[in-house]
Write a protein that binds this ligand. Structure first.
Ligand code: 7PJ
Length: 280
């Protein structure tokens, strides 16, 4: 079967800021799912005003120690939000999911990018959904699964091993009919990694561009920043901006962040320096 034409291709203006839209159970606590979808829409529009050129919607927490949610629950969280955003948010909608059925249903509702933190390993049908839809997909490295991945992560050489993993997942995707142009790659900061592993990956990020595909960096407010700064998540914004600039200079393309405005401003300054791009 010939894959459908992609609704959105990866020839984004790089660097791109991907704004995180949280769809957590808490957002449902005061007023039901309609209001949750409404609040998510407001949040997404605000992120786009601040400079996001993709928004990422996730209904299953993949934070360390978290339990996976059922298909029904994930759909209940994510689908109304994608429906509310599609056609009104003005930028491509990415869905952070490991489940083929969530991918299918949200793509049908107007999502345009899949962000699979399992890199097509969790659900056997995910590769076929990606191949048939033709949509961009992010393949991310994770050692273990969220529930236990921080228990005792070990590597001989974290950069070598994460690179080899992403090469293998890319080959797997291609063998299942995904086209190379659909693929983005992500070292998976915080996913089965100690502070030292995360720092080594950030320091070695330049090596990931050798894989020939856009690199996505997701370091926003993560625990290794707390370990360096002694700060709670809300106090990790400037630390996150530092990772964005480091990532940009190392050749990363997409920056998945909570705080769009400061990260976007830092990227504009970095872009002015490196590319001479000056625009208000
Ligand atoms: C990432 C993600 C990441 C990609 C999360 C959090 C945890 N997807 N989803 N990369 N992190 N591609 O935001 O703290 O780093 S959820």
């Amino acid at each position: 079967m010939t894959p459908a034409a992609p609704t959105f291709s990866l020839d984004l203006q790089f660097p791109a800021v991907m704004g995180i839209v949280n769809v957590t159970p808490d957002s449902f606590s005061d007023g039901g799912r309609f209001f949750a979808a409404d609040a998510a829409l407001e949040q997404a529009l605000a992120l786009v005003r601040e400079g996001a050129s993709i928004v990422d919607i996730g209904g299953e927490s993949t934070r360390p120690g978290s339990e996976l949610v059922s298909l029904d629950e994930e759909l209940r969280r994510v689908l109304p939000v994608v429906e509310a955003l599609a056609g009104s948010v003005g930028v491509p909608i990415s869905v952070d999911t490991m489940k083929a059925e969530v991918a299918r249903r949200t793509l049908a509702a107007g999502a345009a990018v899949l962000n699979d933190v399992s890199a097509l390993r969790y659900d056997d049908e995910m590769a076929a959904v990606v191949a048939e839809s033709g949509c961009p997909v992010c393949l991310m490295h994770m050692q273990g699964m969220p529930k236990s991945m921080q228990d005792d992560p070990r590597y001989d050489d974290v950069v070598d091993e994460v690179l080899a993993f992403l090469e293998e997942r890319m080959a797997f995707a291609l063998a299942r009919g995904v086209r190379e142009q659909q693929i983005m790659l992500d070292p998976g900061i915080g996913f089965g990694k100690t502070v030292a592993h995360n720092l080594a990956l950030l320091d070695g990020l330049g090596r990931f561009t050798a894989l020939g595909r856009p690199v996505l960096l997701g370091a926003s407010r993560k625990r290794f920043l707390g370990a360096i700064l002694g700060a709670e998540p809300s106090g990790r914004t400037i630390g996150t901006v530092a990772t964005t600039v480091i990532g940009y200079l190392a050749g990363a393309h997409v920056f998945r962040v909570h705080d769009v405005k400061p990260n976007f401003e830092a990227l504009r300054v970095a872009l002015a320096v490196r590319e001479g791009v000056v625009a208000p």
